[in-house]
Design a protein around this ligand. Structure first.
Ligand code: GTP
Ligand code: MG
Ligand code: ZN
Length: 287
């Protein structure tokens, strides 16, 4: 059953059979979808059609070869990582940003747990790196409340998805903004292998101050995919000024002579770590 918000309030509806079959191809009805609801037998309501999506958040479970869309039609993706416990991985951040860019969402980075002792150099380095790449960066602490008003201002406008490794503090941040939500959270060390993710299903939450936010289960790894190899460069905002200036039209920006992206990386206009993430993701798309 799905909960569908309509002009006359929220209704429960099931899926028309032909839409159910889409689920096997990874194309399910997800939070944020705009749907048409009709009458089924015996007064039940049925989702009959799903409108085309203007944006989407997809991931590829490690056990699967197809992407699964987990949220649709949201304005932005907030990639939430903790600056310690668990420690951040630049590659995981980059891969999530590519997911957001390729899904048509505006992306921001949230650095949570800035209260942790000794984290200042990590925070400073990540802020420098991602501001330089063109992303807004929000340092926060769900524990002390640092940065929470700035975080609130972002999520109370339009619609957002929070994604990031399990234990980064996504649910804790939402609880800090709106304690009434009372979302389940759990210490990082107490995650057994079977129940690694505390948040197990995605939901779209309407905040009392406006805005809607999807609290999704932690993505320890979103996997590569969702983007054509030829379009991967456009998912790195700081590459964009150089795209179209390579010697070859179909340049992959790896080994070609006269590549403007490689030259920009060599000259320090593109960070080495970001360029390496690009190469690694490209290899995953093109095994
Ligand atoms: N020190 C510190 N701990 C935090 C902070 N935010 C969250 N935590 C702790 O980190 C742990 C994980 O937080 P959750 O909010 O459950 O993490 P999550 O990202 O929602 O995890 P999943 O639902 O599994 O994806 C909990 O023990 C929180 O109390 C913070 O800003 N500082
Ligand atoms: Mg959670
Ligand atoms: Zn090139």
């Amino acid at each position: 059953m799905y909960r569908v918000r309509t002009a006359k309030g929220t209704v429960e509806a099931s899926l028309r059979g032909k839409l159910k079959r889409g689920g096997r191809k990874g194309d399910r009805v997800v939070i944020g979808d705009r749907v048409t609801v009709g009458a089924g037998s015996g007064g039940a309501r049925v989702i009959e059609a799903v409108r085309p999506r203007r944006s989407w958040l997809a991931r590829r479970p490690s056990s699967s070869r197809v992407d699964r869309v987990v949220a649709a039609n949201l304005d932005r993706l907030l990639v939430v990582v903790s600056v310690g416990d668990p420690p951040p991985s630049r590659f995981v951040i980059d891969r999530m940003l590519v997911r957001g860019e390729s899904g048509g969402m505006a992306c921001q980075l949230v650095l949570n747990k800035v209260d942790l002792p000794g984290c200042a150099p990590v925070v400073a380095e990540l802020m420098r790196a991602y501001l330089a790449a063109g992303y807004p960066v929000l340092p926060t602490s769900a524990l002390t409340g640092a940065g929470i008003e700035a975080f609130r201002a972002v999520i109370e406008a339009g619609s957002s998805a929070l994604a990031g490794p399990s234990g980064a503090g996504k649910s804790s941040l939402l609880n800090r903004v709106e304690p009434e939500l009372d979302l389940r959270t759990r210490p990082v060390g107490r995650r057994s292998r079977s129940g690694r993710h505390t948040t197990v299903s995605s939901r779209l939450i309407s905040l009392s101050g406006g805005g809607q936010v999807a609290d999704t289960p932690g993505f320890s790894d979103v996997g590569a995919g969702g983007v054509e190899a030829a379009a991967l460069g456009t998912c790195f905002p700081e590459f964009r000024p150089f795209l179209g200036h390579c010697h070859f039209n179909d340049c992959t920006h790896v080994h070609e002579p006269g590549c403007a992206v490689v030259a920009a990386a060599g000259a320090g206009h593109i960070q080495q770590e970001r360029y390496e993430s690009y190469q690694t993701i490209l290899e995953e798309l093109h095994p």
